[in-house]
Design a protein around this ligand. Sequence first.
Ligand SMILES: Nc1nc2c(c(=O)[nH]1)N[C@H]1C(S)=C(S)[C@@H](COP(=O)(O)OP(=O)(O)OC[C@H]3O[C@@H](n4cnc5c(=O)[nH]c(N)nc54)[C@H](O)[C@@H]3O)O[C@H]1N2
Ligand SMILES: Nc1nc2c(c(=O)[nH]1)N[C@H]1C(S)=C(S)[C@@H](COP(=O)(O)OP(=O)(O)OC[C@H]3O[C@@H](n4cnc5c(=O)[nH]c(N)nc54)[C@H](O)[C@@H]3O)O[C@H]1N2
Ligand SMILES: [Mo]
Length: 566
Amino acid sequence: MTAPDMKRRLRELRARGGRVVVFDPRRTRTADAADEHHFIRPGSDAFFLLGVLHTLLTEERAAPGRLAEMCNGLEKIGSLVREFPPEAVAAACGIEAGEIRRLARELAGAPTAAVYARIGTCTQEFGTVTSWLVDVLNVVTGNLDRTGGALFTRAAAAAANTMGTPGKGRGLRLGRWTSRVRGLPEACGEIPAACLSEEIETPGEGQIRALVTICGNPVLSTPNGARLRRALESLEFMVSVDIYLNETTRHADVVLPGLSSLEQPHYPLGFTQLAVRNFARYSPPIFDVPAGQMPEWQILLRLTGILSGQGPDADLEALDDFVCEQLLQKALSSPTSNIHGREVDDIRRQLSRYRGPERLLDLQIRTGPYGDGFGARPEGLTLATLAASEHAIDLGPLEPRLPGALRTPSGRIELAPEPLVEDLARVRARLAADRAADALVLVGRRDLRSNNSWMHNLPGLVSGRERCTLHVHPDDARRLGLADGARARVRSRAGSVEAPVQITDAVMPGVASLPHGWGHDDPGARLGVARAHAGVSSNDLTDENDLDAHSGNAVLNGIPITVEAV
Ligand SMILES: Nc1nc2c(c(=O)[nH]1)N[C@H]1C(S)=C(S)[C@@H](COP(=O)(O)OP(=O)(O)OC[C@H]3O[C@@H](n4cnc5c(=O)[nH]c(N)nc54)[C@H](O)[C@@H]3O)O[C@H]1N2
Ligand SMILES: Nc1nc2c(c(=O)[nH]1)N[C@H]1C(S)=C(S)[C@@H](COP(=O)(O)OP(=O)(O)OC[C@H]3O[C@@H](n4cnc5c(=O)[nH]c(N)nc54)[C@H](O)[C@@H]3O)O[C@H]1N2
Ligand SMILES: [Mo]
């Protein structure tokens, strides 16, 4: 879900008689805008959700409705949750059994509802299981794919769930191969960023000796950044496509700055997949490209030419044509595409007004679910119609899309996939392992005037009170002898940092919070303003060995730490 002015939307939802309930180890601004907020122990969402499911199923409140006929494994859920009655999970998640039951009953009693989770439930020990249980809850209550519930978008371009055969596909593929050093499974073709240091450090066939970073600052944004910093130094060669000389790019042999976003055209390809209403919008560049600078897509094609052995003077036009041709041939040969079997020259000619990413976008929009099919539906969308429209084009509210939006081999919702069912054993084991009562764990937090690790080099965005502070609950501060504003040393398995303490009851007892993306005191970076507001990197505390088993996402929330006054 992505949409502007969420505060207003939540207010309007409540004015319509809706209720908002937030689960977060911190009392956030979202929590302030809600009817109810519950502190939840970091990493314990799976326990809580299992307790809710247990209540729904044992009290026979499940009402999947039309979803029942679309599911494989619905019956299995009942037996999976049997061992997780609210009493068994309450202490671990920090929410009382009676409250879990009440919340479950209210969820089941609501005419429509949506259970929705974001990054805090992904970047933790049970990230994949938690995300799965969220979906299971929406299915069991009949809220998946229902107006007023959790709906799929129908994006105008590049949506996997609008291409190919409706309802059928390869499904999600995990673990087809493993990383070289630690043997970690790939997920959707990627291996965890948490493997990067060891893949650089460990000699042998396949060792990473050169690196290209694009638009990323992994020294500050991935776990155990301190180790990565050392690893990057040992590379034979590194290129960064980036606009700043920061903690990561300063290790590069070559930095290639692209254009500012106002010098480039924009289409929110990613966010339209997550929108709360279907729309398409194209924004032309506002400023001309300054002399001597290249758009990022040309920089990347230039690098492609070099890496593919064509040297620094490879024909960019030919490379661009090659990329477009791949996409075009795929569309022409797909029996379900709206240009299946058409004359290739006709389509090429119609695409020829654009180059680079705009040409690819035009192709994807026109072969997409609202597209003009290059003349087959003249009233359909093209990039030209978007460009001619001053505002976004409204493609209507989200609507039920199942089973057509599915891309599983079975053509059904796989509600109890084997790898996740098996992972419940890990959940069970964790539930049994009592944590020490006074153990402290670390979570992060985001900031309105920041975007992950950057935007700290602009005076207007770092003015005012220091933001890289350690939030600590008053009870913990008392116990640990920490004073507000005084400095504390925070230690984890991976490392240690020193930060000023901010005592606040906006964090739950037993939890401390430090934002990520700070730590701008690197001598090699050229960030004058950011250096004056350096802060420390919370990813010097996160552990590259702690991952969610399936996604490979790093555990960035719920890090065991100790804190002492300095
Ligand atoms: N201004 C601004 N906007 C941004 C960003 C930014 O840095 N600044 N970043 C952008 C990016 S890259 C992303 S991915 C999105 C992320 O947007 P969100 O997904 O909304 O992520 P956060 O704002 O980090 O909020 C995550 C919340 O999860 C809570 N949390 C931590 N651990 C747990 C847990 O175990 N269980 C539960 N239930 N909650 C937990 C944290 O306290 C925090 O309040 O925001 C994007 N928007
Ligand atoms: N502890 C902890 N760690 C986290 C998170 C967390 O919640 N807690 N959140 C995680 C999440 S959700 C994310 S998405 C990652 C984000 O981490 P990264 O993907 O590393 O992203 P940023 O830190 O935003 O760095 C963006 C980079 O892009 C550069 N840049 C900005 N504009 C442009 C441009 O127009 N062109 C180019 N080429 N470069 C540009 C900036 O200079 C910067 O180097 O961090 C992750 N790390
Ligand atoms: Mo993100």
